[in-house]
Design a binder for this molecule. Structure first.
Ligand code: ARG
Length: 408
């Protein structure tokens, strides 16, 4: 008989069961290949166990809105000089940084030239380290909209890869994105902060266009994420049946009622406003974007609090790339400041995210049989959420990518 492969055992001071909020003292987690084989409390610690004294084990973190192929220093006109090939290599750098900061799963929502598909495939092939990625390909939106390229005059014929007008054109674009490897669809339902000549409050894709995209994506068994700041655009996106609303800045009572009724998930990037307003000018962000951010950021934080109070389902989404990759976890403390308990913030970035991806049986908590995505932080995040900014140990799919536990 072939001898059984050696299991990996990990022990720490405590572990958080994010599904119940229970704190398990002195856990021993045994990993067999890429899966969690067992979780025991106060059990016997095998000789060869990875020991993480002082640490708390949590599931691998999940960020549902990033752009790994972009960097925080190439905003505005600087972006025009970056090819899709170059952006894929930027993505390789940022994938490693993100994984080492504790994010083992991410949704990449919008990348030119399918650089995100190339990045995902390179990670899955084991060529480069990075989080488990779910990618959208080019974001789909209207001519002149937030997901178009509006930086140049007509002579240059610049056009975003995801531009489509009319329900059938949108269907064709959705099909094209799937053809070239997208896992899910990103729509632009309203204008945005970072794009030239668009208004965050104004609806862009029409209800019928979004319904077309949702039908195509759901037929395929996958999901739609809609960028939406303004109330009308958010409401239309929810009515069209999108699975998540990104940003969700201007919520009102009706929006919150609709989201709860439909089970729509909100992914609100409430940290990034601090970076845009302090570093944005140096980073090349357009003056009009800085002006728009001043109108959006504060309202978004009020909306976040209202959504949490109303019990809307929320996931963690940072929009990293607008601010530097690796700093994603700074958003956790803001989520607590604006109304979540530390456990709710952890759930948003683990079990809720796994549900949104339809992977709740594989990801999102430390449970026997799930994939072995584990992170350790120095201290108890239920007491001090900011310890999530100092991840010391990362395992993804049973493989250790970081262990600086001796520094505890
Ligand atoms: N990508 C988004 C946009 O351009 C970023 C919004 C950032 N601001 C905010 N308060 N969340 O619209």
């Amino acid at each position: 008989a072939t001898p059984a492969l050696a299991m990996t055992h990990i022990t720490a001071d405590r572990m958080i069961d994010v599904e119940t909020g229970a704190v398990i003292e002195a856990p021993v987690i045994s990993v067999d290949g890429n899966r969690i084989a067992s979780v025991t409390a106060n059990g016997e610690v095998p000789e060869d166990a990875i020991r993480l004294p002082g640490a708390t084990l949590i599931p691998g973190l999940m960020d549902m809105h990033v752009h790994l192929t972009g960097d925080a220093h190439t905003h505005g006109y600087r972006r025009l000089a970056v090819s899709a090939m170059r952006s894929a290599l930027t993505g390789a750098k940022n994938a490693r940084i993100s994984l080492e900061s504790g994010f083992t799963t991410m949704r990449n929502l919008g990348a030119p030239g399918f650089a995100d598909v190339a990045l995902r495939d390179a990670i899955n092939a084991g060529d480069i380290p990075g989080p488990r990625l779910f990618v959208s390909g080019p974001a789909i939106g209207i001519t002149g909209g937030h997901c178009d390229n509006n930086l140049l005059p007509i002579a240059y014929k610049a056009k975003g890869g995801g531009v489509a007008d009319g329900p059938w054109a949108v269907r064709a674009k959705v099909r094209e994105n799937f053809k070239y490897g997208a896992d899910l669809i990103k729509l632009c339902a309203t204008g945005g902060v970072m794009s030239k000549g668009t208004e965050p409050g104004a609806q862009q894709l029409a209800l019928e266009e979004m319904q077309a995209a949702v039908t195509e994506a759901h037929n395929r068994g996958t999901t739609v994420a809609a960028h939406a700041h303004g109330t009308a655009g958010i409401n239309a996106a929810i009515r069209a049946g999108v699975d998540s609303v990104e940003h969700a800045s201007f919520l009102d009572k009706e929006t919150i009622r609709l989201a709860k009724k439909q089970g729509t998930v909100l992914s609100m990037d409430i940290y990034v406003t601090e970076y845009i307003l302090s570093e944005g000018e140096k980073a090349g962000i357009l003056p009009e974007s800085l002006e728009k951010e001043r109108r959006v950021g504060g309202r978004q934080r009020e909306s976040f609090r209202a959504a949490v109070d109303a019990g809307v389902k929320m996931v963690f989404g940072s929009d990293a790339a607008v601010y530097p990759h690796g700093q994603n976890a700074r958003q956790f403390s803001r989520m607590v400041t604006f109304g979540m308990t530390p456990l709710q913030a952890l759930q948003a970035s683990t079990i809720n995210a796994a549900q949104l991806l339809g992977k709740q049986n594989e990801l999102g908590s430390i449970r026997e049989g799930k994939l072995a995505d584990l992170v350790a932080v120095p201290g108890n995040p239920l007491e001090d959420i900011s310890v999530l900014e100092r991840v010391q140990f990362v395992m993804k799919d049973g493989e250790v990518f970081k262990n600086s536990s001796e520094n505890f």
